[in-house]
Each structure stands twice: as C-alpha cells, then as structure tokens.
Design a protein. Sequence first.
Length: 135
Amino acid sequence: SLSTTGANVVRGRVYNIAEADLPHLSVFQGDEEPVIADNEDESVLIRAYYDVEILVQISVNAVSGVLETTMNLICKEISNAINADSTLGVTGVIDCFEVGTSQPELTGEKEKRTGQMGMVWKARYRRTRAAADVA
C-alpha cells in the first residue's frame, strides 16, 4: 500500500466513493492488443506477446491537502512502486511503462473540493499460444 492512499485501493471501476475513503485509487484494465515484432513470422512463434493498458484513477479531497500537490505525490508513489518491479510480480509480464497522465479535474468549492486524475500504464506480457494462462 502507498503512504498516501493506504488501503483505499480497489481493482475495478468505482463511481461513488465515500468521503471517508479519500484519497482513493481505482485500478482497472484498458485496451489490450497483440504485439508482433517486425519481420517475425507469427505462425512459427511459440509465444504470443500483448500490451495491456492499466488505468489508475486517483481521487482526492480537500481534507487530503492541496489537491494537485496530493495527486502529484500519489503519482510519484505509484511510479516508484511500479518501477521498483516492472514485472508487477506477475509471471509472464516482461515490462511495464508509463504512457501518461490526464490533466487533473477539480470540482466543488473550498473545503468541499475534490479532484480526480488518471494515469495510464502499459504492461507487456507473453503467454504460450497453446494455453492462454501459461507464460
């Protein structure tokens, strides 16, 4: 867990987050696409390679501190955690790299302000062609 969000992390999309659960992270899958190296004959490859997007939605409130400062700190912690093990501790994952972040969206007034920001990562993984669950 991160020092900024603690246990307030869920896998999947979350739409209504309780005030007590902020700051909060939602982690979910985005697009997935096959990766074929230049000049490779795909028919003879034993393994298939894919890039899958990992989307991280950051949600904070004014109680968390200055909204954009808090979101930037959370982004830094996420980057440090993923870069410490770019395989994400998952068999078959070759690398994970950051694609970008979205501009913060701020709503509300004064002490009721909330902010959201997204990060996009891509994980490249491999699996055998014969069994989708075997790296």
